[in-house]
Design a protein around this ligand. Structure first.
Ligand SMILES: Nc1ncnc2c1ncn2[C@@H]1O[C@H](COP(=O)(O)OP(=O)(O)OP(=O)(O)O)[C@@H](O)[C@H]1O
Ligand SMILES: [Mg+2]
Length: 248
């Protein structure tokens, strides 16, 4: 079982859109995938299930750790794609992880029982830098970081990289890629071109800014189902092929 995360301490940069599209593409590529929405805001649930309420399975009990993880997994959304939706109780993840301090990586323990039936876990992370993030950085094989091409985000990427390096949080696993790229903007074009020399571990992919990505939320569909022929869908397929190459 391989584990990846979509993470950035910045909000609204395309983590969830990428997590959902990558999870769907992986599941279509003979790779049994589990998408876990770790963000209490629950945006992944929107993209996958649209307006349909996701069936309640007492997710608040997940953090108590008394029931088997498999009980919380929805396996009926798409074939080959399992899903753990978010729950507002995930706000307490950090408290839980702190209580269990010294007892190893809790996230790893929670995922272990699922390893037989799962080839890939995709973690959709909230935009925070917390205990949960530290455990995500520890447990993940690779962490993909969407960057909107502005000087500010290039700068905060460098900060994140240095922070992870200082704290020994697996800086080498951090793989930045560009997100929400508007080719009509000179700055966007120029920063994307500079990606290979400016960014450590650069994953050479640029997801375009496209209204069809915004529509994923309205329609509750991954891009491959919504408009597989769009350039944005092609860019996510490229990202998936980079990820596959990184992992196997
Ligand atoms: N490539 C894109 N083109 C246009 N809109 C996009 C693109 N990617 C994401 N969006 C839109 O931007 C908003 C934020 O995207 P998303 O939820 O994926 O970001 P996020 O990083 O997960 O945010 P958060 O930090 O709040 O979890 C959403 O409304 C989404 O539809
Ligand atoms: Mg998100």
């Amino acid at each position: 079982m391989r584990i990846i995360a979509l993470y950035s301490p910045k909000g609204g940069v395309g983590k969830t859109a990428a997590a959902v599209n990558i999870a769907y593409l992986a599941s279509q590529d003979n790779c049994r995938t589990l998408l876990w929405d770790l963000d209490p805001q629950g945006a992944s649930s929107f993209y996958l299930a649209g307006a349909e309420p996701v069936k309640g399975r007492k997710l608040s009990k997940l953090l108590e750790g008394k029931s088997p993880m498999a009980k919380f997994v929805h396996d009926d959304i798409y074939p080959g794609l399992d899903f753990i939706p978010a729950h507002s109780s995930f706000r307490n993840f950090d408290i839980k992880l702190d209580q269990d301090d010294g007892d190893g990586n809790q996230l790893k323990k929670m995922l272990a029982p699922l390893s037989e039936e799962t080839s890939l876990v995709v973690l959709d992370c909230p935009p925070t830098l917390s205990r949960l993030t530290e455990q995500v950085l520890d447990v993940a094989d690779q962490v993909y970081v969407p960057l909107v091409p502005t000087w500010l985000s290039m700068n905060s990427w460098n900060q994140l990289y240095e922070f992870a390096k200082d704290k020994k949080l697996g800086a080498k696993k951090l793989r930045p890629f560009f997100s929400m790229v508007d080719r009509r903007k000179n700055l966007h074009q120029s920063l994307v071109q500079q990606g290979p020399e400016r960014l450590n571990n650069y994953a050479d992919v640029a997801i375009p800014y496209a209204s069809v990505v915004e529509r994923m939320g309205e329609e509750g569909l991954p891009l491959e189902k919504l408009d597989a022929r769009s350039p944005a869908a092609a860019a996510y397929r490229e990202l998936w092929s980079v990820i596959k190459n990184d992992l196997w």
